[in-house]
Design a protein around this ligand. Structure first.
Ligand SMILES: [Fe+2]
Length: 195
């Protein structure tokens, strides 16, 4: 298992999107692939607390372990360092690339985000352009505080800077990749509606 292979394996999915953030993500990933792997997200630059492996990971990895992405996550499992989202405490993420990470960038974040079953990550905005790629389980996205709709696995969810978006799960948890490009600070991060 290498970090490079996780990064590299996301490129084909990103290439399916015409969203400019996908292009920028690919450019970052191509630079990062060559670097030596380190511990995943050993450094977290926003002060979120380290947490244990999130519940439901067994379930989603068993869901369809034949896909290349899930295989890579399964192989990397013991190296992953999870953080509880300070913005939605039941959701955990592993930041693979970003400020202070072994794969460091001030303009790019890349990671894995795990949302438990029957949970709503509230509508929020941030300065970064974001891409989600749901890779296991089942997730629904709502844009502009509108209706939720189920997003097919392995299909890019493009979120332009400052566009309100929320994520919801049903009986299954969700495992999704994410990238942030552009303004990756949390300076403009805020919720747009109460839960
Ligand atoms: Fe977001």
């Amino acid at each position: 298992m290498s970090l490079g292979s996780i990064l590299e394996s996301s490129i084909p999915l990103l290439q399916t999107s015409s969203f400019s953030a996908a292009i920028r993500s690919i450019e970052h990933i191509e630079q990062l692939i060559e670097l030596e792997p380190g511990e995943f997200a050993a450094i977290n630059d926003v002060g979120d607390k380290t947490v244990g492996e999130p519940g439901g990971l067994d379930e989603v990895l068993a869901d369809d372990s034949s896909t290349w992405w899930l295989q890579e996550i399964s192989r990397a499992r013991n190296s992953l360092v999870w953080h509880g989202s300070g913005r939605a405490v039941s959701a955990a993420y592993c930041q693979i690339a970003g400020p202070g990470c072994p794969y460091s960038s001030d303009h790019f974040r890349f990671g894995i985000f795990m949302i438990p079953a029957r949970y709503t990550y509230p509508s929020h905005v941030h300065g970064a352009d974001e891409i989600y790629i749901p890779v296991a389980g089942r997730g629904e996205w709502a844009m502009d505080e509108g209706e939720f709709r189920v997003w097919p696995l392995n299909e890019v969810v493009p979120i332009v800077s400052m566009r309100p978006h929320a994520i919801r799960t049903g009986d299954e948890p969700l495992l999704t990749l994410y990238t942030w490009t552009g303004d990756i600070s949390f300076d403009r991060y805020r919720y747009t509606q109460s839960t």
